[in-house]
Structures are given as structure tokens and as C-alpha cells.
Design a protein around this ligand. Structure first.
Ligand code: RAT
Ligand code: ZN
Length: 418
């Protein structure tokens, strides 16, 4: 063996150091590069009005939905701050995240002085602030969520924008796959594609052309869709047909994986807007069919239901064209991250992408990665300790190699074939 073998006494510190110093590739966020202007959210008022906190505020105030949505963003942030941070202790994961972030930025969280936080952000230029956040969070690069149907985003892609190379694209296909009959067909027609509601051969060819055009334009790391728990495949619906005849062949031809995010029930409470989505347990037979019938396609998968996580690990043992990633949304809480990270590592070893941030607001990278790193380090330290207890020897370089795979290497190998 090359290198000094680590003792049990120094194991934890070695793992913590490796996990905290390894720069991460964040494979799913809702962040944007500065070229997208106001689509890039950052700063205290965006942090406080995160939709996770909006949902929690309604549980603690009497304000009506209508009254809340009529407030300005600053007024909304004032209400949330007063409700969740002043009148109650901010112990939920989303609230704690704000405290961690402000603290890491060097602000005095004991003062609870919202105005002083606002003053700090008012003095920042976003380009500089990106560097501050990436450095604090030890994030090397992020993957955005890019919707070619979004009227705010489209013009930026259609213009000669020059992006920040740390922000990669992901071609999000929800509008194509989930609402084709209702709106997608009409929108594609307006964009100049010769499609129809009955998905004729011509329409399918045109949809392939649409996807190819956007692949060329965005150079995405992967294509992605969020799906309801009752997602079926194969299936005679518009979604099933478009996946079969368009997404899968284009994914193979361009060598771009397809990410499936399964388990969301949109607008369970529409009055909560973005905060109103729910979840459900999925039937993973559909995913199994996809993986078996399409061995030459690669799939990135994350699931919203805790009850599905074990099944997903077993599926990944059967199909190497499946890469399990992240603790998505309602899974992104310490107790569940701890549980499913252990489960994944026990069943799949180091062949997973344990986490993504799902950050919608730039600053969230700081807390989401800090909190997750703590848990991932705990899990790894336990697993390495078990090995040492069995007489195995480990070096610091081996631990660093393993952490590098989890925090970016596995993604790049899966996506870029590196
Ligand atoms: O986590 C979230 O913020 C959700 O609202 C969704 O954006 C989800 O992550 C998604 O990508 O659909
Ligand atoms: Zn997301």
C-alpha cells in the first residue's frame, strides 16, 4: 500500500477534512448565470421568501392567501421573518438554512436585525457575490434547470448571450411531456414546428427536431422531467409516445442522459402557488421497464417519496444505466438524508451521486452544502470505521479519491464519459 494507514483515532477528522474541502459539482439547481438577469435570485429577501418558508408561514399566521400574495416581496419577507424567526424559533430545516447562511457570510445572527442583513446585500454586486458563495460553499459548478418554453428564459437563449462557464444547462422537458395536449402542442406550433394533437409521424419528427435544436443551443448536461407518482411506461398517452419516439432516441443519438424526477403531485393546493405541490409513492415498474428495454440509454433518477428509496437502490443494482442522485425536495432534510445516504452506500457503495442542492436562491448553496456535507461525512466515517474494525487499512488519498467520486467524478463519468 502507498501512503500512511489511518488510525481509528484520526479517521473522523480525515473524513471531515476530505468531505469539507472537496469542491462539488451541484447537478440540479434552479440557479441561473448572471446573463439571465433577474432570473438569478439572491440576497436576503429572496432567501426569506423561498417557497419552503412560505408554506411554513401559512401554518403560523392567519393571513389569507390573497392578502399574502398582494404584499410586495419586502413585505412578504418581513412577515415571514416576524412569524418564523421572531415569534417562533427557526428550527425547521428551511429556516435553519437561513441562519446557517447568514452566519457563514459573517453576519451577526444574534442581532436578528433584518435591516442590517438587507444593507449587507445592498452593497454587493452579483458577479462578486457568486464568487463569495461558490467559495464558501466549495461549489465548483452548478447545473441549472432550463425550460425552453419559459418566456422569461427563451429570449436569453435566443440571443448571443455569453454564459458563465460554471453554470451548465439542463434541458427541462416538463412542458413538452406533461402538458402536451393542453398547451405544449399549441406552443410548439407558435414556435414554428409542424405538430398536431394526434402526434402523427410528422409531429413526432418535428418534436425530435425541437429537442435537437435546443440541445444544440443549450449544450445541456442532460434532459430532465419531473413526473407524477402514477407515471406509466410504456404508455399510450402523449407523454409515453413522446418519450418513446422522441426523447429516448435523441438521448441516445446525442449521448445525453435523461433525468427522471418521479413523485410530484403538482398544485395539490394551488393557492399556495409554487409552494402548493405535493408528493406520492410511485410504482417503479415503469422505471424498471425503461431501464430494461433501453439498455443503451442512460438515466439519472431521483424520487420524492421516502418509501421508494430502497426499491430504487435495488433497481440500480440491476441496471448500470441508472444513476441514483440527490435527496430531492421533501427528502432534503437531515434525518432523511442520513437514512437514505446510508441505504445507498450500503447497497451501491460509491456508485451514486449522494446529493444535489436544488437551490433556487444562490445563497442557499452555502447552507444546503454545509448541512449535507456534515451528514455525508458522518455516514462515510461510520462505514470506514466498520472497515477498520474488520482489519482493512485506508489512506487519506483513498478517502479523498472516494469523496471526489461522490462529489463530481461519478456525475462526469456518467454524463461526459470521463
Ligand atoms: O425543490 C423545489 O424547489 C421544487 O419546487 C421543484 O423545483 C423541484 O425541485 C423540481 O425541480 O421540479
Ligand atoms: Zn428542482
Amino acid at each position: 500500500m502507498n501512503g500512511t494507514i489511518i488510525s481509528s483515532q484520526s479517521l473522523k477528522a480525515t473524513v471531515v477534512k476530505a468531505v469539507h474541502s472537496q469542491e462539488v459539482t451541484d447537478i440540479h439547481t434552479h440557479l441561473f448565470s448572471p446573463a439571465f438577469g433577474t432570473l438569478l435570485l439572491w440576497g436576503i429577501d429572496d432567501l426569506i421568501t423561498y417557497h419552503y418558508l412560505i408554506a411554513e408561514t401559512f401554518r403560523k399566521t392567519q393571513i389569507s392567501y390573497e392578502q399574502y400574495w398582494a404584499l410586495t416581496k419586502t413585505e412578504q419577507a418581513d412577515l415571514i421573518w416576524q412569524t418564523l424567526f421572531i415569534e417562533n424559533s427557526p428550527i425547521s430545516e428551511a429556516c435553519r438554512g437561513i441562519v446557517t447562511t447568514l452566519n457563514e457570510l459573517g453576519l451577526d445572527v444574534k442581532s436578528r436585525d433584518l435591516q442590517s442583513y438587507r444593507d449587507y446585500f445592498a452593497s454587493m454586486k452579483v458577479e462578486d457575490y457568486i464568487d463569495v458563495v461558490f467559495a464558501l460553499a466549495q461549489v465548483k459548478e452548478v447545473v441549472m434547470t432550463n425550460d425552453p418554453f419559459d418566456p422569461a428564459e427563451r429570449p436569453v437563449w435566443l440571443s448571443e448571450m455569453t454564459g458563465d462557464p460554471r453554470f451548465h444547462a439542463a434541458l427541462r422537458l416538463d412542458a413538452l411531456l406533461n402538458t402536451y395536449p393542453e398547451t405544449g402542442c399549441q406552443q410548439l406550433t407558435a414556435f414554428g414546428y409542424n405538430v398536431d394533437g394526434s402526434l402523427s409521424e410528422t409531429a413526432l419528427k418535428e418534436i425530435r427536431r425541437f429537442i435537437e435544436d435546443w440541445i444544440q443551443r443549450m449544450q445541456p448536461k442532460y434532459m430532465a422531467v419531473s413526473l407524477p407518482p402514477d407515471f406509466q411506461f410504456p404508455d399510450d398517452s402523449a407523454r409515453g409516445k413522446i418519450i418513446q419516439a422522441c426523447v429516448l432516441p435523441v438521448s441516445r443519438e446525442f449521448n445525453i442522459p435523461f433525468a427522471l424526477m418521479i413523485g410530484v403531485r403538482r398544485a395539490v393546493n394551488p393557492r399556495l402557488r409554487l409552494a402548493g405541490d405535493g408528493m406520492g409513492k410511485a410504482d417503479l415498474t415503469s422505471l424498471e421497464n425503461l431501464l430494461r428495454e433501453h439498455p443503451n440509454n442512460r438515466f439519472l433518477v431521483t424520487l420524492l417519496s421516502r418509501e421508494n428509496q430502497h426499491e430504487l437502490c435495488v433497481l440500480a443494482r440491476k441496471f448500470r444505466n441508472l444513476m441514483v442522485f440527490g435527496c430531492w425536495w421533501f427528502m432534503n432534510n437531515p434525518s432523511i438524508i442520513d437514512e437514505i445516504t446510508r441505504e445507498r452506500i450500503e447497497l451501491l457503495g460509491l456508485s451514486v451521486i449522494p446529493q444535489h442542492s436544488d437551490a433556487r436562491i444562490l445563497d442557499q448553496l452555502v447552507y444546503k452544502w454545509k448541512h449535507s456535507r456534515q451528514i455525508i461525512a458522518d455516514v462515510l466515517a461510520d462505514k470506514y470505521q466498520d472497515l477498520l474494525d474488520s482489519g482493512w487499512g485506508l489512506t487519506e488519498a483513498e478517502i479523498e479519491r472516494d469523496v471526489a467520486a461522490l462529489f463530481g467524478g461519478n456525475f462526469h463519468r456518467f454524463v461526459d464519459g470521463q
